[in-house]
Design a binder for this molecule. Structure first.
Ligand SMILES: [Zn+2]
Length: 169
């Protein structure tokens, strides 16, 4: 696969060093590492355990490797960050009766959708829509929470419209 050089503790670019999504510590132990095939190519999925807080999390190294850029509404670009996306989804699902795996599975689905696009840049809006279409099927409340942050609702009317979209499906 040509990805073997992305060994433990190595990062193609230093600023992409893996940080614990829970405490921000940047040293982790790899528990499990496997290559996964998605429609657009391969990626390396790693389960990591934070050295500091012992929380476990998953990283995918292919997207960082190919350098997918996310174009924000402001026109600014930033590197695609799976953990950031995952945090957004996990926050929306907080304390809802959603299986623990569902968040990672949803993020997997979204990433495979991103791979399929075969582009080097994607708008944050497009990513948000991939997430929202899946969250809607998963849980209405999670969907509304995510949408309210993502679409930055500025009025009750916008929120009501989103609620109507959910209840009409
Ligand atoms: Zn940690």
């Amino acid at each position: 696969m040509g990805l073997q050089h992305l060994g433990v503790g190595e990062s193609p670019r230093k600023r992409n060093a893996v940080k614990c999504p829970y405490c921000g510590h940047n040293d982790s132990r790899v528990i499990d590492s496997r290559e996964t095939e998605t429609k657009g190519g391969g990626s390396v999925r790693r389960r990591r355990e934070c050295i500091a807080c012992k929380q476990r999390y998953t990283t995918y190294e292919r997207l960082e490797h190919v350098g997918l850029s996310v174009v924000k509404k402001t026109g600014q670009r930033e590197d695609y960050d799976r953990e950031k996306l995952r945090r957004g989804v996990a926050t929306a699902c907080h304390r809802l009766p959603i299986p623990a795996d569902a968040v990672d599975n949803l993020v997997d689905d979204v990433e495979s959708e991103l791979f399929k696009q075969g582009v080097s840049e994607i708008s944050s809006q497009a990513i948000g829509e991939f997430v929202m279409s899946r969250l809607r099927k998963l849980d209405d409340i999670a969907y509304l929470r995510f949408a309210s942050v993502y679409l930055s609702f500025t009025s009750l009317r916008e929120l009501q419209e989103a609620i109507e979209r959910v209840s009409h499906d």
